[in-house]
Design a protein around this ligand. Structure first.
Ligand SMILES: Nc1ncnc2c1ncn2[C@@H]1O[C@H](COP(=O)(O)OP(=O)(O)OP(=O)(O)O)[C@@H](O)[C@H]1O
Ligand SMILES: [Mg+2]
Length: 261
């Protein structure tokens, strides 16, 4: 369980808060989606959980342990993290990038090699063709998938994912979303997934936290949020997928009635 208690972050002056007194409890094995418009504090919230950013106030516990009292490096080895900006090391090959944490943990070369193969297949990339390439020799979407593979390398119990599928085409994206759901269930990982895509949040998440200006304004299951957005901002976020669905339903109805004529 991850427990954020009254967490705030102010980058500059005390007057403006990127994250403003958040209380959030994420259950073990839960997939929580964090949604909200650009600049509302999603990345800041995520980075405080593995201490890439230190909170200005409040406390964070993982399984009852205060993470602010832990060594940040040890903490980060336990937590998989997919960066919004991907963050592959340019001077390392694909295989080396994926093996960073396994190497730190002292895995054998053989074990790392077979894990890299397994992970590349999982993210739908060809291990033989890609393992020795450098990030600059990959497309944006391929780099993003290497970022996901790297985060999964040691099967962490907690995964923080910041827009992990943003640069992918719809088919690859939906393939990886399915894979993530499968892994989530199989390994009972606790996942926090930041996304701009409300449809992604509605289909993948156990619960959705809607953020606005550094605060959580709505926290509920996808079904409940769909039925009752409960906050004007959540309502606005829902409009895009709901409008898309309505448009599709209309198109289908039109084509059915054309068929029957
Ligand atoms: N290092 C920093 N120094 C000062 N302000 C920052 C810093 N990082 C983020 N901010 C500010 O904090 C606020 C929240 O930023 P954050 O990156 O958490 O937003 P976000 O919800 O992840 O947005 P996006 O969807 O665009 O990624 C923004 O107003 C941003 O400008
Ligand atoms: Mg962000």
């Amino acid at each position: 369980m991850i427990n954020l208690k009254n967490i705030s972050k102010s980058y500059d002056d005390e007057a403006t808060f990127a994250v403003d007194s958040i209380d959030l409890e994420i259950k073990s094995g839960e997939l929580l989606a964090l949604v909200g418009e650009s600049g509302c504090g999603k990345t800041t919230t995520l980075k405080m959980i593995n201490r890439l950013i230190e909170p200005s106030a409040g406390s964070i516990e993982i399984d009852g342990e205060n993470i602010l009292a832990l060594d940040p490096v040890t903490l980060r080895r336990r937590i998989g993290y997919v960066f919004q900006e991907i963050g592959l090391f340019p001077h390392m090959t694909v295989a080396e990038n994926i093996s960073i944490t396994p190497r730190l943990l002292g895995w054998s070369a053989e074990r790392m090699h077979s894990r890299v193969t397994e992970l590349l297949q999982m993210v739908e990339l060809n291990p033989d063709g890609l393992r020795n390439r450098f990030p600059r020799e990959l497309s944006g979407g391929q780099q993003q998938r290497i970022g996901v593979a790297r985060a999964l390398a040691v099967a962490p119990s907690v995964m923080l994912m910041d827009e992990p599928f943003g640069a992918l085409d719809p088919l690859t994206r939906s393939g990886l979303q399915k894979e993530l759901t499968r892994l989530h269930k199989l390994m009972s990982m606790t996942i926090i997934l930041v996304t701009h895509d409300m449809s992604e949040a509605l289909t993948l998440a156990d619960r959705i936290a809607v953020m606005e200006k550094g605060k959580i304004v709505r926290l509920d299951t996808p079904a409940n949020i769909l039925q009752n957005p409960g906050h004007p901002y959540a309502q606005r976020l829902l409009e895009t997928p709901v409008n898309q669905m309505n448009a599709l339903t209309k198109l289908l109805q039109q084509s059915e009635s054309a068929d029957s004529q």
